[in-house]
Design a protein around this ligand. Structure first.
Ligand SMILES: Cc1cc2nc3c(=O)[nH]c(=O)nc-3n(C[C@H](O)[C@H](O)[C@H](O)COP(=O)(O)OP(=O)(O)OC[C@H]3O[C@@H](n4cnc5c(N)ncnc54)[C@H](O)[C@@H]3O)c2cc1C
Length: 440
């Protein structure tokens, strides 16, 4: 059978590998000039680095098993991660339960209250109990106003911008569950995983296996239209010097869900559902520095005057030898469509950020900078609002032979490469069964 996959991110490649392994012909079409999607990489100091920072949790079992299957287990490294919280001009350690108890920006009684809320959330096994509640109202009610203002409001605003008040509680619950899974015991430190050689190692191996099995990958080849007849999908109209139609028995689209109605005619109620899920964008600046900014890996920045919400020092998790001895730092934001930085020149964004780097480390000097890179992605994070499980689109679309496997269908977990691969594999298996049933 012939399968077409739209999108060469890890979800599309995971689906394609599954199809190729089962002996089907598969062709992956990616609009960008490279594979990997949100987990794609670029060259820094002779090594590869993700455009957007990436790590794994111990609960990311699908990707861990896939790495094993591909003979890449030895590339997976686990290191202790240090988390910090920058507020009122200071970095506060924020990794362990003890750190939380020592977190001075809120009174001791609130720290105890926060600890109890954390314990309560860890005891909840059925996230559906939290379905109709927003994270903001849950935290205001149970953690209290001071904890909400000092901790949760800045974190939610940083990650979900104008949607902070609308975010559903199961998403936050699953964040707790993931982070707890990456700790040894309640007082333990968190361990995070990284694929040495970057996510490119995984992307390259998947591509190799797809090709060896007789499949194809095409970059700089966007899909313009999904061709259909009365009986369903017939092929894909793909970019090229001469746009051409390639015949397929079934198609898996891994594009953001709101993109699907631009590619194919859908019944209006389904099309409206695809458009009803908002996404926000992300802008990440990568700084290649001569010196380290701090000893923290993941620093939440809760200061409204600082224009980034996160400062992540990659080389506090991954050795500097991966990047020619340089220090790698990301500063990042989630942003709405009207954020002025979409239009700003890269050098203006850097000039804007430099004084704020000095707030984090007063010794920071522009002479430390070897290079900077800016990456922007408009569809970086779907927004999970209350009762989201009822909004999730079924993977089988109303068009026979057309399947959707997008980040917006990952819930209540935060979207991640583990879950895109899991979804890609599941949809590939369902699509194969369906095509085989239709053919017999
Ligand atoms: C800032 C940030 C930090 C992250 N951190 C982590 C992390 O630490 N750990 C982790 O596991 N995950 C992380 N993620 C999430 C992870 O990157 C994604 O969940 C995953 O890469 C999504 O894969 P995907 O294949 O589902 O989607 P995508 O990667 O979005 O792939 C979809 C592809 O479809 C292509 N496309 C769109 N339209 C067309 C068309 N018409 N024709 C052809 N191609 C098309 C796009 O170019 C894209 O490459 C992070 C993401 C961001 C933005």
């Amino acid at each position: 059978m012939r399968f077409g996959v739209i999108g060469g991110g890890v979800g599309g490649l995971g689906a394609a590998y599954e199809l190729a392994k089962a002996g089907h012909f598969v062709a992956v079409y990616e609009r960008a000039p490279f594979l990997g999607g949100l987990a794609s990489t670029f060259d820094v100091g002779g090594g590869q680095l993700e455009r957007f920072y990436h790590h794994l949790f111990l609960s990311d079992t699908t990707i861990i098993e896939l790495l094993e299957e591909l003979g890449l287990s030895d590339r997976l490294i686990w290191n202790e991660s240090k988390v910090g919280y920058f507020t009122h001009g200071e970095i506060h350690p924020f990794s362990t339960a003890i750190d939380l108890l020592r977190f001075k920006p809120v009174p001791f009684i609130d720290r105890i209250r926060m600890g109890l809320v954390t314990l309560y959330l860890q005891r909840i096994k059925n996230w559906r109990k939290l379905e109709g509640i927003t994270a903001a109202s849950f935290m205001r009610r149970w953690a209290g106003d001071r904890n909400y203002r000092e901790i949760w409001e800045p974190l939610l605003r940083g990650k979900f911008t104008i949607y902070a008040e609308d975010l559903a509680m199961p998403w936050l619950w699953s964040k707790f569950a993931t982070r707890v899974s990456s700790r040894k015991g309640p007082l333990g430190r968190e361990k995070l995983g990284y694929i040495s050689g970057s996510w490119q190692t995984l992307v390259d191996e998947l591509e190799k296996r797809i090709i060896v099995a007789g499949g194809e990958t095409h970059v700089s080849t966007g899909v313009r239209r999904i061709a259909t007849s009365d009986s369903g999908v017939t092929g894909l109209l793909v970019d090229g010097e001469e746009p051409r139609e390639v015949p397929f028995d079934a198609v898996i689209a891994t594009v953001p869900s709101f993109v699907l109605p631009n590619l194919v005619d859908l019944p209006e109620n389904y099309a409206a559902r695809t458009r009803s899920i908002d996404y926000e964008g992300a802008i990440a600046v990568t700084w290649v520095l001569k010196r380290s900014i701090s000893s923290v890996y993941w620093l939440n920045v809760a200061d409204e005057d600082i224009p980034f919400l996160l400062l992540l020092e990659q080389t506090n998790l991954v050795p500097t030898s991966a990047y020619g001895g340089r220090r790698i730092i990301y500063t990042a934001n989630y942003v709405t469509r009207d954020d002025p930085r979409w239009e700003m020149a890269d050098e203006d964004i850097i000039a804007d950020y430099v004084p704020h780097m000095k707030k984090i480390n007063p010794e920071f000097d522009e002479s430390w900078i070897d290079a900077t890179y800016i990456h922007k992605e408009p569809a970086a994070q779907p927004i999970m609002t209350v009762d989201y499980s009822q909004k999730i689109l079924p993977v089988r679309t109303p068009v026979s032979g057309l399947w959707l496997a997008s980040m917006s269908q990952v819930y209540p977990e935060d979207r991640g490469t583990n879950y895109s691969i899991r979804l890609g594999q599941q949809v590939a298996r369902q699509a194969m069964e369906d095509v085989e049933r239709r053919a017999s």
